[in-house]
Design a protein around this ligand. Sequence first.
Ligand SMILES: *[C@@H]1O[C@H](CO)[C@@H](O)[C@H](O)[C@H]1NC(C)=O
Ligand SMILES: *[C@@H]1O[C@H](CO)[C@@H](O)[C@H](O)[C@H]1NC(C)=O
Ligand SMILES: *[C@@H]1O[C@H](CO)[C@@H](O)[C@H](O)[C@H]1NC(C)=O
Ligand SMILES: *[C@H]1O[C@@H](CO)[C@H](O)[C@@H](O)[C@@H]1NC(C)=O
Length: 581
Amino acid sequence: MGTHRNWIFGPWMLLFLLQLAGASHVVHRSLEAEQEPGSVPASIVSPLLRTGYHFQPPRNWINVITVSDNGPLYYKGWYHLFYQYNPKGAVWGNIVWAHSVSRDLINWIALEPAIKPDIPSDQYGCWSGSATILPDGTPAILYTGIDRPNINYQVQNIAFPKNKSDPLLREWVKPGYNPVASPEPGMNATQFRDPTTAWYADGHWRMLVGGLKGARRGLAYLYRSRDFKTWVRAKHPLHSALTGMWECPDFFPVQVSGQNGLDTSETSPKYILKNSLDLTRYDYYTVGTYNNVTEKYVPDNPSGDYHRLRYDYGNFYASKTFFDPVKHRRILLGWANESDSVTHDKAKGWAGIHAIPRKIWLEPSGKQLLQWPIEEVETLRGKPVSISNKVVKAGQHLEVTGLGTYQADVEVSFEVSGLEKAEAFDPAFADDAEKLCGIKGADVKGGVGPFGLWVLASSGLEEKTSIFFRVFKNGHGKKPVVLMCADPTKSSLTPDLYKPTFAGFVDTDISTGKISLRSLIDRSVVESFGAGGKTCILSRVYPSIAIGDKAHLYVFNNGEADIKVSHLTAWEMKKPLMNGA
Ligand SMILES: *[C@@H]1O[C@H](CO)[C@@H](O)[C@H](O)[C@H]1NC(C)=O
Ligand SMILES: *[C@@H]1O[C@H](CO)[C@@H](O)[C@H](O)[C@H]1NC(C)=O
Ligand SMILES: *[C@@H]1O[C@H](CO)[C@@H](O)[C@H](O)[C@H]1NC(C)=O
Ligand SMILES: *[C@H]1O[C@@H](CO)[C@H](O)[C@@H](O)[C@@H]1NC(C)=O
């Protein structure tokens, strides 16, 4: 994916390059005025803000830029995760595929990088790609290479394991026939990247590569191959839309009912197409059908391409799924960048984490996916603390005590009544949950809600990150609108943090009186799953007081209607093996 591109052309990177070059004292000074480098707040570099059970490379890798996931894969008893990594810190031109292995997707062991620039067609960078297992069991990696200096001219390459008997797949070789796909006349060579896992049907392999046509048309180029070696572009893309560049396309079949996943080469009446939109830096997907004769994908909801569903309404990008043959499930992995400053990142010596792997499946309505943290994460749970049948009255809050809550897993079921007290929904916000949440944050009193959790909160509530629901009346005969929101505006007293309110609507019928919330809290990240995984939000937050044992957890209710916590269980989470850190 083009995180690297963003780093190269994005404003932060520009500032950073200018700083490096010593070329812009103006820019340098304005940055200093904002955050006074040299006086990075002690809390930012505190080990208590480094995540405990989220995927990260080791601590001592100085100036790690961004970590994004590439193609996860299962081979001979091990899950393999490859991710974009800069071993040289401040030098961006040498992106490699770092490599970690796991037996359970929770405990990770770091190996040497799997793919590094060393052939003409990847000598200026090894960017994202995907892995596919061929019928004889051989894994193959397709990835984007940069083959010329000073311009991000993108081609697609292939690599195979050197020793197929090595379950750790430590060494990879790149056949001499690379690259296997290059930009053709009429294609934008700097917007041509991130090959997908391939699928097989009708005597041909097929894969997608993300692209951009003209100024605005994002598309997924379709390639075919008989032998996985010679790839020919189909005349038509699989799909396209006027959204800007499509990074990291992901395309896979889903079962119409049940929670099992399908191998990418299986067929189904329903498919998911996901793209990471470089313009907004979020991951969007549609549910649709794939016609294997015309080789076109058609979203079920015609407006879906532009008002699309997101895997996560927070900080979550460049995600990728894979089919886990062990538990017959499809698993989603996503990358979350930092929300502090580049100066902070340099002081910390690390930047970028992965979300907890999520199992995904189609909701029975067929309209969206459901997501849930993989069950393996529950092996990290310590002793539980539970609360049952507690009413939290209007304007009140309830502390959950008896555990360390800075690294915790919290599941709560709410009972909601008094729906007649709900505020009226303004249809002007029908497509803009985020804006609505920005206006009606956690401290803005409501009718039914805001109610939910204050996590990573200080005892005096100077700091708190709010994860909550707010219910709106929606005209006669329509079900109430439920907004799920993550409000980090009070999360820290540290200046110069990126603290956007993130939000999504929850397609649930709250007139049943019930809604659930699960939050995975891990020092500087909060991942929340509303209504059983219908709406998910990941936030990065960096408290300055509410760190370590000073972090508190509360249930709050800022609505007029009482809320009942029918059940809440919170677990302290243990630290898994995390790449030796
Ligand atoms: C290939 O890997 C297997 C299993 O790790 C090992 O026993 C064998 O020596 C390796 N072969 C070579 C040529 O390195
Ligand atoms: C390729 O896309 C980039 C980004 O939109 C644009 O700046 C550039 O002009 C395009 N190049 C061509 C040849 O269309
Ligand atoms: C399309 O899918 C159907 C159903 O799985 C299969 O029977 C058929 O062979 C496929 N056709 C092509 C051209 O892939
Ligand atoms: C993560 O960082 C924030 C703050 O710098 C940016 O606004 C986001 O665009 C960025 N997200 C991605 C996916 O790059």
